[in-house]
Design a protein around this ligand. Structure first.
Ligand code: FES
Length: 133
């Protein structure tokens, strides 16, 4: 991974009840596939999509984690392949362009404003002295 690479981990184990009322499906697999397809059609080789089995937010399918070196990690849920794939790619592109992973609120796609669950600082982070009160 180069400094500018980012990875979107997509949980492919989350289960969502079928709209018809019987059984479940795994929406994360479709989301990972759509993201792969869309990214393959662009020059966004700096954005990787990696399926993962669980991000421990099982009640917010589909869930993704956006990570990159020296960047805050974002955990976002309630995402859907059909409605949000483009927003996820836009968020990853904005995320990649930052130095620390924090995308200004106004630049975050709506799905990321609504669906953010957590953000985690990068390894080695410490709060600036003037902010410690
Ligand atoms: S199964 Fe998807 S977050 Fe746990």
């Amino acid at each position: 991974m180069t400094h500018s690479d980012v990875t979107i981990f997509v949980c492919v184990s989350c289960r969502r009840a079928n709209p018809e009322g019987e059984g479940f499906h795994l929406p994360g697999r479709a989301l990972a596939d759509v993201l792969h397809e869309k990214l393959a059609q662009t020059d966004a080789s700096h954005i990787k999509v990696t399926p993962v089995e669980c991000l421990a937010v099982c009640n917010r399918p589909s869930t993704v984690a956006m990570v990159g070196p020296d960047r805050w990690t974002y955990l976002v849920g309630d995402l859907d392949a059909e409605r949000h794939a483009d927003q996820i790619i836009a968020a990853a592109t904005a995320f990649q362009k930052t130095e620390n992973g924090i995308v200004p609120w106004k630049e975050r796609p709506e799905a990321f404003r609504k669906g953010v669950i957590a953000r985690v600082p990068p390894l080695g982070f410490s709060m600036p002295e003037q902010d410690r009160e």
